[in-house]
Write a protein of this length. Structure first.
Length: 128
């Protein structure tokens, strides 16, 4: 009896999902309305002359830092996975710890280099 009731609720849920899914898929929302006018609106990089050299360098550095952050995250996940699957093997645990240490040191070096570059670029180059 209980199994029949569960099957009945599952069948009703599936039928409702089948009948109401097209209404959700065809719904027009604000995002679709805004996307229709994308080509008509000027963005921050619509004309090359509007951006300065410092803005372009800032965008490039932001992209590089995002890439380095992604690499750091991947290294941390890789080392964490290796550590969790080591099963007590000291060699694998040591290798995972070394990977984590090296990833953190690399991130500190990159953030430090960015801080130095930012200081030099903002204080010494533009404030002559």
């Amino acid at each position: 009896m209980k199994r029949l009731k569960t099957i009945k609720y599952a069948l009703i849920s599936m039928l409702l999902a089948v009948f109401f899914t097209p209404f959700l898929a065809l719904a027009e929302n604000e995002a679709i309305k805004k996307l229709q006018n994308v080509g008509n609106v000027k963005g921050p990089y619509a004309e090359v002359g509007e951006t300065s050299l410092s803005q372009m360098i800032g965008v490039i550095i932001a992209a590089a830092l995002a890439l380095i952050g992604s690499i750091f995250l991947i290294l941390m996940l890789y080392a964490g996975y290796n550590w969790m699957t080591a099963r007590g093997e000291e060699e694998k645990v040591t290798k995972a710890k070394d990977t984590i240490t090296r990833a953190i040191i690399g991130l500190i070096i990159v953030v430090g280099a960015y801080a130095i570059w930012s200081f030099v670029f903002s204080n010494l180059i533009f404030n002559k």
